[in-house]
Design a protein around this ligand. Structure first.
Ligand code: ADP
Ligand code: AMP
Length: 216
C-alpha cells in the first residue's frame, strides 16, 4: 500500500501515519522528521533547511525529493509506505509520480485530513515533541505524557517546536493554502483522493481512515 497523507499542519498526519504504519507493516516517512534530522546534523544543507523551516516556508523541492527518493529505496519500503508531509505542492506530486513510474509503481490512495482552522491552532499549540526522537509526539491536553516534560517512549526531553509558535503557525497555514491545497484537485482528478474528517479522538479518525482505504 502506497499512501499519502495530506492536511494542514497539526491535522494529525504524523499521529495517524504512526498507527497506519504499525497496522499495515510499511514505514512511516515524514519529510518534516527527515528535514529536522538533517537540520540537527548541522551540515551546510542542514543549516539552510533549518532557516527555511524556522520561517514556516517550504524547503526547495530537490531537497525533499532527494530525501524521499533515498528513503523509499530502502528495503523496508519495497511493499509500500505512508508519506506524511510530502508531497506538499503540485510540483512535488508530479515529481513523486515521476519517481515511482519507472519502477512500475503508483500511489494507492491519498487521504486528506480535514480540520477547521481553530482546531489546527489548538492541536499545534499543545504539541510537544521529544528531543531524542522526532517521531515521539504528545499533546498537553489530548495526549499528555505520564510525566510532564518527559517522553513516555524513551525518557527524552519534550519541547515545543520552534515553528509551532503562533507567528510561524500563521505563515504555515498560509503556505498550506497557497501551495498544498491545489494538490487536492490534482489527486481528485487522478481518482486517488479520500477525504476524512480529522476531528474527534485519534481512534475515531483512524477508524474513518481505515474505512476509506482499499482492502486486501
Ligand atoms: P501533523 O503531523 O499533521 O502536523 P500531529 O500528528 O503532530 O499533526 O498532531 C498535532 C498535535 O495534535 C499533536 O500534539 C497530537 O498529539 C495531537 N493530535 C493528533 N490527532 C489528534 C486528535 N484526533 N485529537 C486530539 N489531538 C490530536
Ligand atoms: P511538518 O513536520 O510536516 O510540519 O514540516 C515542518 C516543516 O518542514 C515545514 O513547515 C517545511 O518548512 C518543511 N517541510 C516538510 N515537508 C516538506 C515538503 N514536502 N516540502 C517542503 N518543505 C517541507
Amino acid at each position: 500500500m502506497r499512501l499519502v497523507l495530506v492536511g494542514p499542519p497539526g491535522a494529525g498526519k504524523g499521529t495517524q501515519a504512526t498507527l497506519l504504519a504499525a497496522s499495515l507493516g510499511v514505514p512511516h516517512i515524514s519529510t518534516g522528521v527527515l528535514l529536522r534530522d538533517e537540520a540537527r546534523a548541522g551540515t551546510p544543507l542542514g543549516e539552510q533547511v533549518a532557516e527555511v523551516m524556522a520561517t514556516g516556508g517550504l524547503v526547495p523541492t530537490p531537497v525533499t525529493l532527494g530525501l524521499v527518493e533515498q528513503r523509499i529505496a530502502e528495503p523496508d519500503a519495497a511493499e509500500g509506505f505512508i508519506l506524511d508531509g510530502f508531497p506538499r505542492s503540485t510540483e512535488q506530486a508530479e515529481a513523486l509520480d515521476a519517481l515511482l513510474a519507472p519502477h512500475g509503481q503508483e500511489l494507492t490512495a491519498v487521504v486528506l485530513l480535514d480540520l477547521p482552522d481553530e482546531e489546527v491552532v489548538r492541536r499545534i499549540g499543545g504539541r510537544r515533541v521529544c528531543a531524542a526522537d522526532a517521531a515521539h509526539s504528545f499533546h498537553l491536553d489530548t495526549a499528555p505524557p505520564a510525566d510532564p516534560g518527559v517522553c513516555d517512549h524513551c525518557g527524552g526531553e519534550l519541547f515545543q517546536r520552534e515553528d509551532d509558535r503562533p507567528e510561524t503557525v500563521l505563515r504555515r497555514q498560509q503556505v498550506y493554502r497557497a501551495e498544498t491545497v491545489p494538490l487536492i484537485s490534482y489527486y481528485e482528478a487522478a481518482g486517488l483522493l479520500r477525504r476524512v474528517a480529522a476531528t474527534g479522538p485519534v481512534a475515531e479518525v483512524a477508524q474513518r481512515i481505515r474505512a476509506v482505504l482499499p482492502t486486501g
